[in-house]
Design a protein around this ligand. Structure first.
Ligand SMILES: NC(=O)CC[C@H](N)C(=O)O
Length: 388
């Protein structure tokens, strides 16, 4: 990488610095100010609003490898959380003018309104290659229209940030009080549906849950009670659920060892059907005695092939994770059920002696393909089996 210059080029209103001293000049988008966190990349070509609102991106800023960000604007519906959670975004091109019948707001205005900082005009290919070869670095985006930047201070800030490893972000991104969920999946004709005839009761533990997971459950006739991350196993079981769902969420799964992991162990031992997604998958693995680790290269995109070894079927999946379950650490009572066809990493597991299973990726998509919706049906199938 060429030596960084600390003199802003003409017109620079933002800068991205990495902990190793790399400097990327650009044009600020969204809110002004400074943000520090992990710099990752996502290869999806659609769904920037769903991605920015996915709570699993807490502590991270997202490099969008697709250059046309903003082309469908933003609306009040394509959200996975009430507010964006990703710290900021890094873009190749200036934000595209919105052109879509559902657009309500320009992406730039939406970012600014929610206090989210971004930078456009970055060589995102160079940045992505750097992340791919050296891992996701700490970084700072600074957006200052005055064009004055204290680069050494920003680099120091990037280095001082402790990094995601060992960081528990699930508790802070959970709801603080429980609530019932009855919104079902979206359709072009009717928008979001409503839970009709509630056949099953699912308690979903919220570690930073994406709404489309809850919508999928509601669309399969599940009344969903969402509860905070620190809810105890006794409290969950006292709600008499037919099934228990462990949500996705940000941060290091191993850092949830004091509250989530022991709770999940008790819930699995109760014999109730349990289904986990992403962080939920990682914590289920920890509860079953396996280990997790930080990945050299995280998976973030909407075209990741995964093989379900129980059926032999390959599905194209939506993914967002930087930690993974070590496939060599699975105890005898745990079966590996899915593998990533990109790097062979573990993408799904099940307990052999309990109705508990989980996947590392996102069957709810949002954004992404719908190949993996069958997993929600698999969960409801386990619930029906347990009830009969
Ligand atoms: N989407 C998620 O649940 C992410 C899980 C975890 N925070 C990871 O990065 O691996």
């Amino acid at each position: 990488m060429s030596a960084p210059t600390h003199t802003p080029p003409p017109g620079a209103s933002a800068v991205l610095v990495l902990a190793d001293g790399s400097v990327f000049w650009g044009r600020g988008v969204g809110a002004r100010g400074e943000v520090v966190g992990e710099v990752c990349f996502n290869t999806s070509i659609t769904g920037y609003q769903e991605i920015m609102t996915d709570p699993s991106y807490a502590g991270q800023m997202i490099t969008f490898t697709f250059p046309h960000i903003g082309n469908v604007g933003t609306n009040d519906e394509d959200i996975e959380n009430a507010k964006p959670v990703a710290l900021g975004c890094i873009l190749r091109q200036d934000i595209t003018e919105p052109s879509n019948y559902r657009a309500r707001k320009h992406f730039n205005d939406w970012l600014a309104e929610h206090g989210r900082i971004g930078i456009a005009g970055v060589d995102t290919r160079r940045l992505t290659k750097r992340i791919r070869t050296e891992g996701a670095p700490n970084g700072v985006i600074c957006h200052n229209p005055d064009g004055t930047f204290d680069i050494p201070a920003l680099i120091a800030k990037a280095n001082e940030w402790p990094g995601l490893e060992g960081m528990d972000l699930a508790k802070d991104n959970s709801c603080t009080t429980g609530y019932d969920w009855d919104e079902a999946l979206w359709s072009r004709e009717g928008g979001y549906g409503k839970l009709g005839n509630a056949k099953h009761h699912v308690v979903a533990i919220d570690y930073g849950v994406k709404r489309n997971i809850l919508r999928n459950l509601a669309s399969l006739d599940c009344k969903v009670s969402v509860v905070p991350a620190t809810t105890t196993a006794e409290e969950v079981l006292a709600m008499n659920p037919d099934g228990i769902f462990l949500s996705n969420g940000p941060g290091d799964p191993a850092a949830t060892g004091e509250y989530a992991v022991p709770t999940i162990k008790k819930l699995i031992d109760s014999g109730k059907p349990v289904f986990g997604i992403c962080l939920g998958h990682q914590m289920m693995a920890l509860a079953l005695g396996a280990k997790t680790k930080k990945m050299d290269v995280g998976h973030r995109g909407a075209n990741h092939p995964v093989k379900d070894t129980t059926t032999g079927v390959v599905e194209i999946t939506s993914q967002n994770h930087g930690f993974v379950v070590d496939k060599d650490s699975l105890p005898d009572n745990v079966e590996a059920t899915h593998f990533s066809l990109f790097d062979g990493s573990l993408a799904g597991l099940r307990a052999k002696d309990k109705p508990a299973f989980a996947v590392q990726y996102h069957p709810e998509a949002s954004p992404g393909p719908h190949d993996s919706h069958y997993l929600f049906k698999r969960f409801v199938g386990l619930i029906e089996e347990a009830k009969s």
